[in-house]
Design a protein around this ligand. Structure first.
Ligand code: PLP
Length: 430
């Protein structure tokens, strides 16, 4: 027998119904979380539908979770392959690297994407924006008050809950106590009016936004930076969809705004730029100017988090990141994004032709559709559309109570699926 096969039979696993438990108290913050994380819940409902309707298996089209579907383009792929091949040579082999990323990559991000507004030492390379949001939360700790756009990417709220920043959820409002929910509606152009809200320590702002697809204008961002400065808040700017911005004069980074270096952190990622959702590569920018109330540079503490609890992004993947930022790689990224924006246009026009009010989908891969009251709540609409058309969408309410009454459609599907989904939606919803 191989050394890995135990010689003694293992203790049989306790049946799932067993009441046996260890003597460790559950972290009460986890008990506050309502339901599962949004995207697995969508998957669960899709699976349940297919279990009940197995004949529909081949008909399901996903316009749901914002996962990329197009293969990694050739030049960028060659960077990944080259990074892997180097590890097989004596000269090219590398082990643990700098926890904040290869200097080459940090320099290239600062140079190509921030045109020198940001220095390489202010860039922290990571395994993705979602992971960085949790690391920022670990750095901020349990005592801060967070403000979020409502609706928004659920990770800001859920990580705040996990960290113990919040109270319980209010069953009437569906809002956690101690989080500032900033309504983003069609009336305010889906941009929060922070001035009219209570002060928060940390303000999460995502532009182009998930799920509304709204890209903040320069004026809106100037005002937000000014407010954060006046109120002593840190602005965490999520720019994961920045390359989708094609409109002129719409900022792609918060650091295009004067004064942002004193108040803002930017999280970003190659996930949606280059189809790296599974590859995993992101970065966070923390300017040297940004300091906590006691004068400690925020950058120092984040560096401590990265060097203690992270061992650097994969060296193979960082080689892919370097390729992304070469001229050939940047061209491939543009082509990929053009493709998804083409899908977004088809989705937008279809939903408009059916007669819905439609937002987003111009500088973003998400189309946000206002549902008529006759469709019920957004989870009801999700279910009806799944049953009638086998198209998976995402209910707006999954992004916070402010998303109720809306449906998010993702443009990250293959083109033929988008066209087919649109034909079915037209037939079923007109
Ligand atoms: N930020 C936003 C707004 C997102 O929508 C997503 C993914 O959907 C992420 C971050 C996650 O990025 P990553 O794949 O780099 O973890």
């Amino acid at each position: 027998a191989s050394a890995f096969v135990p010689q003694q039979p293992l203790t049989p696993r306790s049946p799932a119904t067993s009441l046996a438990a260890v003597g460790v108290e559950r972290n009460p913050n986890f008990a506050k979380l309502i339901g599962g994380y949004l995207f697995p819940e969508i998957g669960r409902r899709r699976t349940q539908y297919l279990e009940e309707n197995p004949e529909m298996k081949d008909r399901v089209i996903s316009l749901g979770i914002g996962d990329t579907t197009q293969p990694i383009p050739e030049y960028i792929l060659s960077g990944l392959v080259g990074g892997a091949s180097k590890l097989g040579t004596k000269e090219g082999y590398s082990g643990y690297g700098n926890e904040a990323g290869m200097l080459d990559l940090r320099e290239k991000i600062a140079d190509k994407l921030y045109k020198g507004i940001i220095a390489a030492e202010e860039v922290f390379v990571s395994d993705g924006a979602k992971c960085d949001i949790m690391r920022l939360q670990q750095m901020f700790g349990a005592k801060v008050i967070s403000a979020v756009q409502d609706p928004s990417y659920p990770v800001y709220v859920d990580t705040s809950v996990m960290m113990g920043q919040t109270g319980e959820i209010d069953s009437e409002t569906n809002q956690y106590k101690n989080i500032v929910y900033m309504p983003c509606t069609s009336e305010n152009g889906f941009f929060p009016d922070y001035a009219s809200m209570p002060r928060a320590d940390i303000v999460y702002l995502c532009s182009p936004n998930n799920p509304t697809g709204a890209a903040a204008t320069k004026e809106q961002l100037v005002e937000m930076v000014k407010l954060c400065k006046e109120r002593g808040s840190i602005l965490v700017f999520d720019a994961a969809y920045a390359p989708f911005i094609r409109s002129k004069d719409v900022p792609k980074s918060i650091f295009e705004i004067e004064g942002a270096r004193d108040v803002a952190i930017e999280v970003n990622s190659f996930s949606k730029y280059a189809g790296f959702t599974g590859v995993r590569l992101g970065w966070t920018v923390i300017p040297n100017n940004l300091k906590f109330a006691d004068g400690t540079p925020v950058r120092n503490d984040f560096n401590r988090v990265m060097s203690t609890a992270f061992n650097g992004a994969s060296n193979i993947v960082q080689a892919g990141g370097l390729a992304c930022l070469d001229d050939d790689g940047l061209k491939e990224i543009d082509t990929l994004i053009d493709y998804y924006l083409g899908n977004a246009k088809i989705l937008r026009e279809t939903m408009e032709s059916i007669g819905y009010d439609v937002y987003g989908g111009i500088d973003a891969p998400y189309v946000f559709v206002k549902l008529p009251e006759s469709m019920g709540g957004s989870w009801d609409a999700f279910q009806t559309i799944l049953e009638k058309t086998q198209v998976v969408t995402i209910p707006g309410a999954g992004f916070g109570p402010g998303g109720e009454g809306y449906l998010r459609l993702s443009a990250f599907a293959p083109r033929d699926s988008v066209i087919e989904a649109c034909e079915r939606l037209k037939k079923a919803l007109v």
